[in-house]
Ligand binder design. Structure first.
Ligand SMILES: Nc1ncnc2c1ncn2[C@@H]1O[C@H](COP(=O)(O)OP(=O)(O)O)[C@@H](O)[C@H]1O
Ligand SMILES: [Mg+2]
Length: 409
């Protein structure tokens, strides 16, 4: 990565202006479209052209190279499903834009969450040891989901969360701004994955009607260009999720990704997710289809959405590694003092330590006068379940079983 200072005849004011607009390296400048740089207030067309050319010169981009010298340092991030990896050519690729489109509930956000964790794995396990910039336009990012997925991959949930740099987005110009800003995360925090979930949601609601199509496509074009540049400059994977519009063809209907040709041509890999038939509510089985890819056959596969991310099967065996045997629900209570069950009376173990009991259930139990493990074990399951909304006697039985296990560990 070269510094902007390496660009011939650049001054500090120009460096500052470029940086404020998300262009913070010589590579970024060299790959920026002339119009975008020229539109930066205080630079002007002539300066923009000169600086871009000087940056390209500094990086040897103004000569043709023999194809044998082209570096292809593509790396792959595992999706959590070996089938999905297979049709993608091994996983989500770095340096490229991957678009996943599909209807509501088809698993787009689930994939975004899964690879936000797997990118943090070491290379030997399908990751890149990298962090993540996550642009969330639909407010569907879930810390809890990330923690569960981290646990599946035997990573420390807290550390995993700390390496996901999240931005909640409120408007399309905010989205453009944060896409530019994501470059800083790539540079300073070694982000190897950039997620935009979803690309079009805000644009779709802000630019309504045919008259707004041209300005909408211009904004979109800017975003896609910035993303391609970041992907290439930092050898970073970019995952874009996209909604679909239903297209009628006589008796048949099909789903088209929205955003038109700009998105279609701007993305290297296009994958369609399908909910099978009408089962989106009953089954977590999904289908993925490669719609377009530079060097992949048009394959398809099945995968599942699970509580711990995308997978080949509908249930995932959770690892029981040492140091990771905490309950997800209790992670949420980390601000509360949690007594250790060593050298203390058993009555001091809070009920929340019992597997299956969360904060809400604990409060309900407290309301019934049950505050200790022993009181829980001695309670009558039928009676207790009749007093607590949403707790079946089977559930209470389960709590009691887990409470006993806790006492004996
Ligand atoms: N914890 C979970 N366990 C199993 N399935 C889940 C869980 N959370 C969400 N789902 C399922 O995942 C689907 C939502 O997937 P999502 O990735 O949010 O879709 P999209 O982003 O494509 O709209 C829903 O069908 C939902 O029932
Ligand atoms: Mg979603």
């Amino acid at each position: 990565m070269s510094d902007l200072n390496d660009v011939k005849s650049i001054n500090s004011r120009q460096i500052k202006l470029l940086q404020e607009n998300g262009i913070s390296t010589a590579e970024a400048l060299a790959m920026s479209p002339h119009l975008i740089v020229a539109n930066i207030d205080g630079l002007g067309e002539k300066t923009a052209k000169k600086l871009i050319w000087n940056a390209r010169n500094a990086l040897g981009m103004t000569e043709f190279t023999s194809a044998s010298q082209i570096s292809e340092n593509t790396e792959l991030i595992t999706t959590g499903s070996s089938e999905l990896n297979r049709i993608l050519g091994g996983g989500v690729q770095t340096g490229k834009l991957t678009e996943v489109y599909g209807p509501f509930k088809s698993g787009k956000t689930a994939l975004a969450h899964t690879i936000s964790v797997t990118v943090q794995l070491p290379e030997s396990r399908g990751g890149l040891n990298g962090s993540v910039a996550y642009i969330d336009t639909e407010n569907t990012f879930s810390k809890e989901k990330i923690k569960r997925i981290a646990k599946r991959f035997e990573l420390n949930p807290k550390e995993v969360l700390s390496k996901i740099y999240h931005a909640r987005i409120y408007s399309s110009d905010h989205q453009s701004q944060m896409i530019q800003k994501a470059e800083t995360i790539c540079k300073t925090r070694v982000a190897r994955l950039l997620v935009i979930d979803s690309l079009m949601a805000l644009l779709r609601s802000e630019y309504v009607g045919i008259g707004k199509l041209a300005p909408r496509q211009a904004v979109l074009n800017g975003m896609i260009h910035a993303l391609s540049r970041i992907a290439e400059t930092y050898n970073c994977a970019v995952l874009l999720t996209n909604q679909v519009a239903t297209r009628m063809m006589g008796m048949f209907s099909g789903n088209d990704a929205i955003g038109g040709n700009i998105v279609a041509h701007g993305c290297h890999f296009r994958v369609m997710f399908k909910t099978k038939g009408f089962s989106a509510n009953n089954s977590l089985k999904r289908r993925a289809v490669i719609v377009d890819a530079p060097d992949l056959p048009p394959e398809e596969c099945e995968f599942y959405i699970t509580g711990v991310g995308v997978s080949d099967t509908d249930t995932v065996d959770m690892p029981q590694s040492k140091g990771l045997d905490f309950e997800i629900e209790s992670l949420y209570e980390e601000s509360e003092p949690v007594a250790e069950n060593t050298g203390r009376g058993m009555d001091e173990i809070p009920l929340i330590k019992v597997k299956g009991i969360g904060k809400g259930s604990m409060e309900n139990l407290h309301a019934q006068g049950i505050t200790s493990i022993n009181e829980l074990i001695e309670a009558d399951p039928d009676e207790l379940s009749s007093k607590i909304n949403g707790a079946s006697s089977k559930m209470v039985n389960e709590w009691q079983k887990n409470a006993k296990i806790l006492l004996h560990t």
